[in-house]
Design a binder for this molecule. Sequence first.
Ligand SMILES: Cc1cc2nc3c(=O)[nH]c(=O)nc-3n(C[C@H](O)[C@H](O)[C@H](O)COP(=O)(O)O)c2cc1C
Length: 200
Amino acid sequence: MSRRIVAAVTGASGALYAVRFVKACLEGGVDVDLVVSEYGNRLLIEELELNLKTESVEAWLDRTYGPSKRAGKITRHSPNDLGSSIASGSQRWDGMTVIPCSMKTLSGIAHGASSNLIERAADVTLKERRPLVLVPRETPLNLVHIENLRSAALAGAAIVPAMPAFYQKPKSLEDLADFVAGRVLSLLGVEHRLFAPWEG
Ligand SMILES: Cc1cc2nc3c(=O)[nH]c(=O)nc-3n(C[C@H](O)[C@H](O)[C@H](O)COP(=O)(O)O)c2cc1C
């Protein structure tokens, strides 16, 4: 059976992390349930010129990187649809990431607000004891952010700050984004070859 990952994109800087993550999933045969917040859409437009109202992620990937074989498929969900399949624990999915994760959505997840589909799917992912990986992006952090990160971690979320490493000697923004996307994939149990493991 193919694997199924929920990927939520919120309005923090770093839209490239999201599309590199989705690209790796699709090329690895992983199906992606994609939910993008209103401000997530704005950041996709501002940072990547990807307008999901007029272009699909797949078309953007082809336009930007050239065509590639993608065994996985994307299912889109509205962030306002709390009746969507991924709002219920009776649906099976293998894990979820919020990439990038704004401080606002972090707060909603840390407090169990479930006020939109992203917060609700994260809530369900935690209650069903499935892996949830948050990729927060903000700097500097205030104590509210730090406490919310702590609460989310105590509830079972893995925190992968959008902090790429430089020991891989990145040559492009994609290399930097792939480092973070790869760490998320590993935590979700998805094999990838986005970067070579550190050999020491
Ligand atoms: C250009 C732009 C960049 C932003 N960057 C960040 C960011 O890096 N981190 C963050 O927490 N919020 C950032 N924000 C603010 C969030 O988008 C805002 O708090 C929004 O309400 C988040 O909603 P969402 O989590 O539903 O997407 C940014 C907003 C804009 C317009």
